[in-house]
Design a protein around this ligand. Structure first.
Ligand code: ZN
Length: 113
């Protein structure tokens, strides 16, 4: 599963931070998931809990932040919001759009003690 390797990446990031910042337990993890990424919040939460077992992030709460899809329309010469990768520009209906945001997933913040 795609989300399983992403979850492993998140746990890896947290463990690296634990080494450099010297914390012992992770309470909450905020994950930013772009609306245009094919990451399911339910699946990533489930996978994270499974992958985190026995690590410093064991039992951590996963909070998901959805970030909207953004694109650049070459016809309007403006930043636009796009609900999916295949939608045209909502202003002019054109397809000369380049997605700029909302395709990725990243760790925004980790609450530790
Ligand atoms: Zn446009």
């Amino acid at each position: 599963m795609h989300e399983m390797s992403l979850a492993e990446g998140v746990v890896q990031i947290i463990e690296d931070q634990a080494k450099s910042q010297d914390f012992e337990r992770v309470i909450t993890v905020w994950l930013e998931i772009g609306e245009l990424s094919h990451v399911s919040p339910e699946a990533i939460t489930f996978c994270f809990e499974a992958v985190a077992k026995g690590t410093i992030a064991d039992g951590a709460i996963v909070e998901i932040i959805r970030t909207p899809g953004q694109a650049w329309c070459y016809d309007c010469e403006a930043e636009i919001q796009v609900p999916s990768l295949i939608d045209p520009c909502p202003k002019c209906g054109g397809f000369k759009v380049q997605v700029t945001k909302g395709q990725d997933m990243r760790v925004r913040e980790v609450e530790v003690e």
